[in-house]
Design a protein around this ligand. Structure first.
Ligand code: ZN
Length: 115
């Protein structure tokens, strides 16, 4: 049984004892426990996202004003990753120029034009 279930069980016992003040305290405790559980779940989700981001960072190489995933020869927008943690694939024109479909930054190896 979880903490909420335990508190409910205690609340039922206290309710039978007909002690209103104690019963209110148990309800307050149950409410606080639910808030703590909600905060814990939010922190777990935040931790999961941070771990995922760290794993992505460890697999990125910065070269020629673009990011590349290790082992993959596809360029990603450095502006979107650095500013918003979004990994956006750059679109190439076949002549060495690339553009980000999201922020419209244009990149050519050593040249980067922010729009
Ligand atoms: Zn971008």
């Amino acid at each position: 049984m979880g903490i909420i279930g335990d508190i409910k069980s205690i609340g039922e016992i206290v309710q039978k004892a007909d002690n209103i003040e104690l019963y209110r305290k148990i309800l307050d405790l149950q409410y606080e426990a639910m808030n703590v559980i909600e905060q814990l779940n939010e922190l777990k989700e935040e931790n999961r996202i941070l771990k995922e981001k760290l794993k992505t960072v460890e697999n990125l190489t910065f070269k020629g004003n673009m990011y590349f995933k290790n082992g993959v020869n596809e360029p990603f927008c450095s502006k979107c990753w650095d500013a918003d943690s979004k990994l956006v694939r750059l679109h190439g024109d076949g002549a060495g120029w690339f553009q980000c479909p999201l922020c419209k930054t244009i990149v050519h190896n050593e040249v980067q034009i922010f729009l």
